[in-house]
Ligand binder design. Structure first.
Ligand SMILES: Cc1ncc(COP(=O)(O)O)c(C=O)c1O
Length: 368
């Protein structure tokens, strides 16, 4: 099966083998050595000297942790949203009692530094700004550097970044851009199973943590830091996912981080070019901001999302993702992150071509 969803991703054999290893004491020397290796690999990929904490949860747990550990009820929060995951970040902050204002950008577009600046000028009372680095529902990557220059450089706000589907596949310069909290999750580019989430915390984020009054217990990052300093986790960790991640990080290091970013950029362009040749329209209005980890593409007229995905899976053994939120039923999505090659993409595009023909879509004349 060619699993082309934006996580969980297929895993290399060496990761599958590592995942099946026998348990060890999660407070013993073998675990501590593994914890150390993984943490230093994560820091390299996050491009940070800050603490990077590892939580046993899916990515959403790290979003909750980011909010609950830096903010207090009533804090003013500007939630920048370009899709469903931006909406989720805003919803979590609201659920924890923050006073959230949303800054939405049009479907298919990215957040602009000018738009963020305008919102921060209009209301200077914001304590924090939330943003999604790579919006998995629309297949768009925000250009974080210039936005961070506004949020941090001009206004010095706390800046919380959902990098769940970017870090590990798309470059995120945590320290250079002065990002305060950056998140990711094991099932994305990391070549590991779902179950672990990562939180990079800047010194400024730790300062905010000292006065944060939102409720927290399982996701109390101060507790996680005390444990991390002893190379362990406060609670029993998802051990088998640690094993997988240990191997996944080793593989990424072996490939070289810059090569990993380039491979994702190349495969993303290959995906879009293949789809465009079939006459399909991307959700991303500009290629420059199209995501290197996931492509969202509009369904051709008259084709039902469910019918296409069922057909392509049963006839071609390719699994696509559907649309989310406002794009439900309107798009399908192709994941190209983690353990993925040009051959996987070519087979996927070929299966899309075959399925569209099978379902009666008239393709451009030059396509057979
Ligand atoms: C950008 C982004 N944010 C948050 C999440 C939520 O992560 P999880 O499903 O692991 O809780 C995802 C997962 O798809 C994501 O892509």
């Amino acid at each position: 099966m060619n699993l082309r969803i934006p996580g969980p991703t297929p895993l290399p054999d060496e990761v599958l083998q590592a995942s099946g290893k026998q348990m060890v004491d999660h407070r013993g020397p073998e675990f501590k050595a593994m914890f150390d290796r993984i943490t230093s690999g994560l820091k390299e990929m996050f491009q940070t000297k800050n603490d990077v904490l590892i939580l046993s949860s899916s990515g959403t747990g790290s979003m909750e942790a980011a909010i609950a550990n830096t903010l207090s009820p009533g804090d003013r929060v500007l939630a920048v949203s370009i899709g469903e995951f931006g909406e989720r970040f805003a919803a979590i902050a609201t659920a924890f009692g923050a006073n959230v204002t949303k800054l939405n950008f049009a479907m298919g577009t990215h957040a602009t530094p000018e738009g963020v600046r305008e919102a921060l000028v209009k209301d200077p009372s914001y304590k924090a700004v939330l943003i999604t680095h790579n919006e998995t529902s629309t297949g768009i990557t925000n250009d974080l550097g210039p936005i961070a220059a506004v949020v941090k450089g001009e206004f010095n706000k706390l800046f919380l970044v959902d990098g769940i589907s970017s870090v590990g596949s798309i470059e995120c310069k945590t320290d250079e851009w002065k990002l305060d909290v950056v998140l990711s999750g094991s099932q994305k580019g990391w070549m590991a199973a779902p179950g672990l989430a990562f939180v990079a915390m800047s010194p400024t984020a730790w300062e905010a943590n000292k006065t944060s009054k939102m409720p927290k217990y399982y996701f109390d990052l101060a507790k996680a830091k005390i444990s991390a300093d002893a190379k362990e986790t406060p609670w029993t960790p998802a051990m088998s996912v640690f094993y997988a991640l240990d191997k996944g990080v080793e593989i990424l290091k072996r490939e070289g981080y810059q090569n990993v970013y380039k491979r994702h950029a190349d495969l993303s362009a290959r995906t879009r070019n293949g789809l465009k040749a079939l006459g399909l329209k991307m959700v991303a209005t500009e290629d420059k901001y199209a995501s290197n980890t996931v492509t969202a593409v509009y369904l051709p007229e008259g084709i039902e999302d469910g019918a296409l995905r069922k057909h392509i899976q049963s006839k071609y053994q390719v699994v696509l993702a559907g649309g989310r939120g406002a794009l439900t039923g309107k798009v399908f999505r192709i994941g190209h992150l983690g353990y993925v090659t040009a051959k996987d993409i070519d087979e996927c595009i070929e299966a899309v071509r075959g399925s569209l023909i099978d379902l009666g879509v008239k393709l451009p004349v030059n396509i057979k």
